[in-house]
Design a protein around this ligand. Sequence first.
Ligand SMILES: Cc1ncc(COP(=O)(O)O)c(C=O)c1O
Length: 400
Amino acid sequence: MDLIASRLNKISPSQTIAISSKARALKAAGRDIISLSAGEPDFDTPGNVKQAAIRAIEDGQTKYTDVSGTPALRRAVAERFRLDSGLDYRPEEIIVSTGGKQVIYNAMVATLEAGDEVIIPSPCWVSYPDIVALADGTPVIVPCGPNAGFKLRAEQLEAAITPRTKWFLLNSPNNPTGAAYSAAELRPICDVLLRHPDIWILTDDIYDKLVYGDFAAATVVQVEPRLRDRTVTMNGCSKAYAMTGWRIGFAGAPVALIRAMDKLQSQSTSNASSISQAAALEALTGPQDFIQGMVAAYQARRDLVVGMLNRAAGLTCHKPEGAFYVYPSMQGCIGRTSAGGTRIVDDESFVVALLEEQGVATVHGAAFMFPGHFRVSYATDTQSLQEACSRIQRFCAALA
Ligand SMILES: Cc1ncc(COP(=O)(O)O)c(C=O)c1O
């Protein structure tokens, strides 16, 4: 008898974590490695948030809380939704979970029956298809290429819908492309969804504070309030408040679904860490100016990286609206051979050779269900970014 359940054969370990581990191992062996593979801010959690956590420990806020989060935090989440996006959620329509990832996991496991389909535009975050598969669902991947700015068009959504479609999963700004939808771009997508009343929508807005220039992020319920009764609006503290390790994600959704997610969470992790919830309360209700400073730094880095990568032979890099990633095409490098003798046959051989020969860690596009590209995270300091992009330019220039 096999020890490991066949369920686990449906999923693979996170490929972004795999490349980070390889980069760490090379670094530990003494190599000079610059990692552009991180999915988290390089900024430290703001001091006021850390202090709130310390106070919570000292005040004895060390017990179980309500499974869905403390009433104070749920009120604060509802208030942030209102202030930031004009969304109107009551505290009982809010759940707080151990990271945004658990929110998505809860929603899928609580609702999917075997064979239910989940439409996922790609490139997509590595975890979506695996979470859907773990919940017995069928991911339906809809490729969205660079010509449309890596964004889904309404007719693509319409064409992907079948009688088995249960969910449509939208991530804006997107990991790995940084592409973000304006309200005008969401409008035709919402129109399709209005025509299909049995489809639920999960919008992963975890990067929505990280948008640049005069771009304004938008979310589905804001654009089309009539979709509110079947939408999960997901967000969290990980990216906007540089709090990845604290593990706080949350969502607004209709009460019946929140109750189901709460029930599931009550038999898995129970509440998110009480200390982290106290920290999140301060993050959401305290001064918000930290975000502005971080956004200004990211925007300057985005411009630097896009400029330098577009000057690398064989690469083409779009300029995304948000998040802290760019997703250049490396198709101009396919069929060539690196200075170290590796034949570049696809995005994976490209990123492996780049890591081994120039010490720059990135993530290959196949991990995000959209090959021919690779993901560069610019959540690192400017000097390292400059050096890493120079190395990428050297690597590409040496391809023969
Ligand atoms: C698109 C997207 N959604 C959700 C998450 C999960 O965030 P958390 O760390 O809060 O679980 C991530 C993290 O990388 C992400 O990129």
